[in-house]
Design a protein around this ligand. Structure first.
Ligand SMILES: Cc1cc2nc3c(=O)[nH]c(=O)nc-3n(C[C@H](O)[C@H](O)[C@H](O)COP(=O)(O)O)c2cc1C
Length: 318
């Protein structure tokens, strides 16, 4: 399936594996790129040295395009950008923060800039700053969460920008991909779905914990810190919510969050680790390989399009 996304980046399928700190290391990113999607390394928790090592690992595993996701407020941002530019990474992905500085640094080097935004005004600003693609993330998404659902935000942004829009937050299958295309997006970006794949290197007991969660098992924490994050309900999530209810200082809440992704994903602590997850977890019940997942999504998308044509013509001729 060709869209503006596949053409611009040079990938086979309009499917992106979203950057996930402590989750999307080289094996996952390379597996997605090899399967025809866009794999993205997450540098959120990496030193510049770790990032360089991971980029070289991806390049050893695939010759396909891939991206790097990072946090614009990283104190070593300039060093990260040096590596991203020096290694000629295909796509730069980042969320919170002002993209202008990053675009100014990476775009002249031929790197495609694809920030993730959670509101119309930020998406419009990203286009004005020179972004090539904008990922629009609805409130369903795992991790840093916006306020508006993907079903509203994606078509809203599509109507207000000229650059290609990728839909994120709540996608896991071919029906979702077709819905995103119907809203005017050029593809989907998925985090939670790719966390539940064989190549994803998080602790197995953590994957099992995700698989038992339903669509109502995520909560948004960080309402009064400015860093809202959708995570799976566990003892840590309850502790966050209780502190927020007591109007604890933002600093106390931020301190409680330190090192918690690592604790879950690397150390396997499902009670006191932080497990970012989207509401779509309620629809995910298996752990396929990335190739199986992407092939399945594309087959479902084809079947959905065919069945839609059939259903619409059946209704119009009735
Ligand atoms: C475990 C996990 C970790 C994440 N870490 C990051 C991150 O480091 N940087 C980032 O920009 N977004 C991060 N996100 C958000 C994803 O990039 C993506 O936008 C989101 O997962 C899409 O929603 P979905 O989970 O419904 O697919 C994370 C999401 C998850 C589930």
């Amino acid at each position: 399936m060709k869209t503006r996304l596949t053409e611009l980046i040079g990938i086979k399928h309009p499917i992106i594996q979203a950057g996930m700190a402590w989750v999307s290391f080289a094996p996952l990113a390379a597996a997605v790129s090899n399967a025809g999607g866009l794999g993205i390394l997450a540098a959120g928790a990496m030193s510049p040295e770790d990032l360089e090592t991971n980029i070289r690992q991806v390049k050893a595993l695939t010759d396909k395009p891939f991206g790097v996701n990072f946090l614009p407020d990283n104190p070593r941002l300039e060093e990260l950008l040096d590596i991203i530019v020096g290694e000629k990474v295909n796509v730069a992905s980042y969320g919170i923060g002002n993209p202008a500085r990053i675009i100014g640094r990476t775009k002249p080097a031929g790197i495609i800039n694809m920030p993730t935004m959670g509101s119309l005004r930020h998406a419009v600003k990203a286009e004005q700053d020179g972004a090539d693609i904008v990922v629009v993330q609805g409130t369903e998404a795992g991790g840093h969460s916006s306020y508006v659902a993907s079903s509203v935000l994606v078509p809203l942004v599509v109507d207000h920008v000229h650059i290609p829009v990728v839909a994120a937050g709540g996608f896991s299958d071919g029906r979702g991909l077709v819905a995103a295309l119907a809203w005017g997006a050029v593809g989907v970006s998925m985090g939670t779905r790719f966390l539940l794949t064989r190549e994803c290197p998080v602790a197995e007991n953590i994957k099992d914990y995700y698989l038992t969660a339903c669509e109502e098992d995520t909560v948004i924490t960080g309402h009064n810190t400015g860093v809202r994050c959708r995570i799976l309900r566990n003892k840590l999530a309850e502790a966050f919510l209780s502190l927020e209810e007591k109007k604890a200082p933002a600093r106390t809440i931020m301190e409680l969050g330190l090192g918690r992704f690592r604790r879950a994903f690397m150390e396997g602590d499902a009670e006191w680790g932080s497990m970012a997850a989207g509401q779509v977890i309620g629809r995910i019940r298996d752990i396929p390989t990335c190739q199986e997942l992407i092939d399945r999504i594309m087959n479902e998308a084809d079947a959905t399009l065919a069945s839609l044509r059939g259903r619409v013509s059946a209704v119009s001729s009735a």
